[in-house]
Design a protein. Structure first.
Lengths: 565, 172
C-alpha cells in the first residue's frame, strides 16, 4: 500500500498502541496534523510544549507506558528541552517527534529551523533524523523499542516536512536493526551467589531501593525478600511508593531531607543491597561518609551506574525484578539461621529509630503548617491518590508526609529538579487514570511556571487538584539563604503574585482559598466534591517554615540538622 | 594514565558527534581521535587516546558502550598492541642542508614525499615518541608545518582488537 510519511507515522503509533499524543502543531507539522485530523488517535493540546513533555512524562510514570509528544520545528522543538532532560534524568520512556524544515533547507538557517538532534544529543537515550521516508516505519519502531527497554529514556525523532509528505510502499514486516543495543536482563549467577554469601555473613544488612524498582515492577519480590530474611528497606526519593509507607520493614527514604532512621541505618549498615538506584549526590551526601562500614552490592540494568559515584563490591547487571526472582532460586542453599538473631535485632533497632524520630513538625492553631496540608490530603484520599509535586519545599513535604501505598503513585522530578513539572505531570497522570484522584502538591513559584496548562485541563475537563502551599517565597532557596546566607533573601520573595482563586476562575476552573488551619480539611473536602474540572486550592501557609531534617551540602548522611524550635 | 580506546561504531550520521560530545559533556579529555571506515562500509573504527585514572576510564568505556550506535569498545592499552601515528612535516630545506636532512630521514626510516627548491615534505610513521624525537632533530632547520593523524592501534595476535575479552587482558 502506498502511504505518505504522515500516514506511516499514524499507522506506526497505532501499532505501538499509543493511546494519547501530547502535541502542539506548527508550520512544518501541517501535513502531519492534517492526517491526524481523521486518525482515531487521542490528541491533547498543551498550551506550551514544555507542558506537553511533562504531561507525557507524568502519563508514562503513572502508567508505565511510553509517553508521546509532538512539537513543531525550531521554537516548538526547543521548548521540549527541559521536558526531555527531565525524562532522561529520571529514566522515563518517551518518544518526542519534532517537525523539521524540508531536507533541502536543513543547514541554511531556514525559518523555524533548529538543529534539534544536535541540541538534544546529551539529553536523549537516542535520536533520529529521518532523511528518507523508506526508513520512517523502522525508525519509529526502533524509537519506541529503545525508549521502553533496558534503562528507559527519551528518544527524539526529527521529521523533515518533505519526508512526511513523500510517499512510499508501507511494508508489513518492519524489523528492528540495532546491533549495538542489547540490554542485559539476567543477572550473572556467580555474582548473585556472591551477593547471597555477603548477605549471609552480614549482621546489619539494609536493602536500598531506587526508582529502578518501580520501573521494573519488582516491589513484591523485594517485600518478600525483606520479610523472609528480616532486612530493613530504605528507599531513595525516586523509590518512594515502591514499598508502602506503613510496611513494618520500611524505614523511609534517605538523603538530604530523608528521615533519621534511613540516614542512620545507611551509616551503620555492614551490607548494603542497592537495587535500581544511581547513587545521586542528593541521596548519598558526602561519598566518604556513605555506608562507610558496608560491603555494597548493586543490582542495576545500566552498567554505567555501577561504581560511577560509589565503589561497588558486588556488581550485578540486570533487571531488578528478574534478578530478585533469580535470587529466590538460590536462596535456600544458604545458612540464614547463622545471623538471623542479629538481623532481627537490627531490624527492630532500625524501626525503633523511626518511632523515636519520625518526620515531624510543630502544629499550629494560628497559621497553616504546610506539612499539615499534606497530612490532610493523605488522610482524605486515604493514601490512594496519585501525587505529583513541583520542586522545592512542597516536593519534600509531599514526600515526607503523604502515606503512599503503591508504586507509580508518587510522581516527582528527582534528577533534574524541574519547577513547573508537577501540574502538567498531573494532567498526564489523570489521562492515564481518569478514575483516580490526582493531586499536584505545588508551591506558588513552581505552579506559575506552567500555569497555562489550566487551559488544557479545563478543555479536557480533567479533574486534577492543585494544592498550592503558598508561602510567597521560593521556599527552598529562601531556606538555604536563611541557613547559609545570613537571612539575606536575595530575590526569593514572591509577594507579587496573582489572585490564584480568580485566576483559576478565569480559566473556568474552581478556585478555593484559606489561611486558617481549621479550614484546611473543609477546603479539601469541598475539592473532593468537584468531579468535572480542575480545582486550585490556595493554602496560605507559614511563610518561613523549613524542611527538616536536612543534610547541608557536602556533609555526610549522619550529619543531619533538625528543627531547633 | 594514558589509555587508547578502540571503538567499533555504526557508520551513521551523528555517531561521531555522540562520541565526541560524550567526552566533552562529561569532562573527559581527548588527546587524539582518529576515525575511518572498516572493511564493512556500514561500520567505522575509531581510536581515541584519553587520559584518566582507572575509575574514569572504566566509566568512559561504560558510557561509550551505552551509546546505541557503538558496537564494541575495547581499552587497547590493556592488551599487547601496536600503536602508530603518521606525521606529515613540511620543513625548510635549503640546498646546502638537503643532504643532512636526507640523512636524518634515513636514520628514522621516514620518507621524503615532496621536494621544492627550498622545502621538503616528509612522511613518518611510528610511535608518538619516535615521531617527536624526529621533529626535535628537524626543528633547527625550520619547521613550516606539521600535520598528524592521531594514534591508531591494533592488538597483537589472532583476534580482532575489539574481540579481546577480559580473560585476554588478565594474561598480560
Amino acid at each position: 500500500m502506498i502511504k505518505t510519511g504522515a500516514e506511516i507515522l499514524v499507522e506506526s503509533l497505532k501499532a505501538e498502541n499509543v493511546e494519547v499524543i501530547f502535541g502542539y502543531p506548527g508550520g512544518v507539522m501541517l501535513g502531519i496534523y492534517d492526517t491526524l485530523f481523521d486518525a482515531d488517535l487521542r490528541h491533547i493540546l498543551p498550551r506550551h510544549e514544555q507542558g506537553g513533555t511533562h504531561a507525557a512524562d507524568g502519563y508514562a510514570r503513572a502508567s508505565g507506558k511510553v509517553g508521546v509528544c509532538f512539537a513543531t520545528s525550531g521554537p516548538g522543538a526547543t521548548n521540549t528541552i527541559t521536558g526531555i532532560t527531565n525524562a532522561h534524568m529520571d529514566s522515563v520512556p518517551m518518544v518526542v517527534f519534532t517537525g523539521q524544515v524540508p531536507t533541502v533547507l536543513i543547514g541554511g538557517d531556514a525559518f523555524q529551523e533548529a538543529d534539534i538532534i544536535g541540541i538534544t544529543r546529551p539529553i536523549v537515550k537516542h535520536s533520529y533524523l529521518v532523511q528518507d521516508v523508506d526508513n520512517l516505519a523502522q525508525t519509529i519502531k526502533e524509537a519506541f523499542y529503545i525508549a521502553r527497554t533496558g534503562r528507559p529514556g527519551p528518544v527524539v525523532v526529527d521529521l523533515p516536512k518533505d519526508v512526511m509528505a513523500a510517499k512510499t510502499k508501507l511494508k508489513s514486516d518492519t524489523k528492528i536493526d540495532l546491533p549495538g543495543y542489547h540490554p542485559n536482563y539476567e543477572g550473572h549467577p556467580l555474582q548473585i551467589k556472591k551477593l547471597l554469601k555477603v548477605i549471609e555473613n552480614a549482621k546489619k544488612p539494609v536493602i536500598h531501593i531506587g526508582g529502578g524498582v518501580i520501573i521494573s515492577e519488582a516491589s513484591e519480590e523485594i517485600k518478600k525478600f525483606s520479610e523472609k530474611l528480616h532486612i530493613p528497606i530504605i528507599s531513595t526519593f525516586m523509590g518512594i511508593g515502591a514499598i508502602p509507607t506503613d510496611h513494618p520493614n520500611y524505614l523511609g527514604w534517605l538523603g538530604m531531607h530523608g528521615n533519621y532512621a534511613s540516614n542512620t541505618a545507611i551509616t551503620e549498615t555492614d551490607c548494603l543491597i542497592s537495587i535500581g538506584t544511581r547513587f545521586s549526590d542528593r541521596s548519598t551526601g558526602k561519598i566518604d561518609g556513605f555506608a562507610p562500614n558496608a560491603k555494597i552490592a548493586h543490582i542495576d540494568i545500566d552498567p554505567s551506574s555501577i561504581s560511577k559515584n560509589v565503589t561497588i563490591d558486588v556488581p550485578i547487571v540486570g533487571d531488578c525484578g528478574k534478578v530478585m526472582r533469580q535470587i529466590f532460586q538460590y536462596i535456600d542453599s544458604y545458612k540464614w539461621k547463622k545471623n538471623e538473631e542479629s538481623r532481627r535485632k537490627w531490624l527492630q533497632e532500625t524501626t525503633e529509630w523511626n518511632r523515636e524520630k519520625p518526620f515531624s513538625y510543630k502544629h499550629s492553631e494560628k497559621v497553616i503548617k504546610p506539612q499539615f496540608v499534606v497530612e490532610k490530603i493523605s488522610e482524605i484520599t486515604n493514601g490512594n491518590a496519585i501525587i505529583t509535586t513541583e520542586v522545592g519545599q512542597n516536593q519534600m513535604w509531599a514526600a515526607q508526609f503523604y502515606k503512599f501505598k503503591h508504586p507509580r503513585q508518587f510522581i516527582s522530578s528527582g534528577g533534574l529538579g524541574t519547577m513547573g513539572f508537577g501540574f502538567p505531570a498531573a494532567i498526564g497522570a489523570k489521562i492515564a487514570y481518569p478514575d483516580r484522584e490526582v493531586f499536584d502538591i505545588a508551591g506558588d513559584g513552581s505552579f506559575l511556571m506552567n500555569i497555562q496548562e489550566l487551559c488544557t485541563a479545563i478543555q479536557h475537563r480533567l479533574n486534577v487538584k492543585i494544592a498550592i502551599l503558598n508561602n510567597k517565597f521560593l521556599g527552598m532557596v529562601r531556606q538555604w539563604q536563611h541557613l547559609f546566607f545570613n537571612n539575606r533573601y536575595s530575590y526569593t520573595c514572591l509577594e507579587c503574585q496573582p489572585d490564584f482563586v480568580k485566576l483559576a476562575e478565569s480559566y473556568g476552573c474552581v478556585g478555593l482559598r484559606t489561611d486558617k488551619p481549621e479550614e484546611v480539611e473543609s477546603v479539601l473536602k469541598e475539592s473532593m466534591q468537584i468531579k468535572d474540572k480542575p480545582v486550585v486550592m490556595d493554602f496560605a501557609v507559614d511563610r518561613e517554615e523549613n524542611v527538616f531534617p536536612m543534610i547541608p551540602a557536602g556533609a555526610a548522611l549522619n550529619e543531619m540538622i533538625f528543627d531547633k524550635r | 594514565m594514558r589509555h587508547i580506546i578502540s571503538i567499533l561504531v555504526e557508520n551513521k550520521p551523528g555517531a561521531l558527534s555522540r562520541i565526541s560530545g560524550l567526552f566533552s559533556g562529561r569532562g573527559y579529555n581527548i588527546e587524539s581521535l582518529s576515525v575511518g571506515v572498516t572493511n564493512d562500509p556500514k561500520v567505522s573504527i575509531m581510536t581515541i587516546v584519553t587520559k584518566g585514572d582507572d575509575k574514569i576510564v572504566e566509566q568512559i568505556i561504560k558510557q561509550l558502550r551505552k551509546l546505541i550506535n557503538t558496537l564494541k569498545v575495547r581499552d587497547v592499552t590493556q592488551i599487547e598492541h601496536i600503536e602508530r601515528e603518521m606525521f606529515l612535516i613540511k620543513v625548510q630545506a635549503l640546498p646546502k642542508y638537503r643532504s643532512d636532512i636526507f640523512n636524518i630521514v634515513n636514520t628514522f626510516r621516514a620518507k621524503v614525499v615532496d621536494l621544492t627548491g627550498e622545502s621538503m615534505v616528509i612522511e613518518i610513521t611510528g610511535t608518538k615518541d619516535k615521531n617527536q624525537a624526529f621533529i626535535k632533530v628537524l626543528e633547527p632547520y625550520g619547521l613550516i608545518e606539521l600535520v598528524r593523524t592521531g594514534s591508531v592501534a591494533i592488538g597483537r595476535g589472532n583476534k580482532a582488537t575489539t574481540d579481546f575479552t577480559k580473560q585476554d587482558t588478565k594474561q598480560i
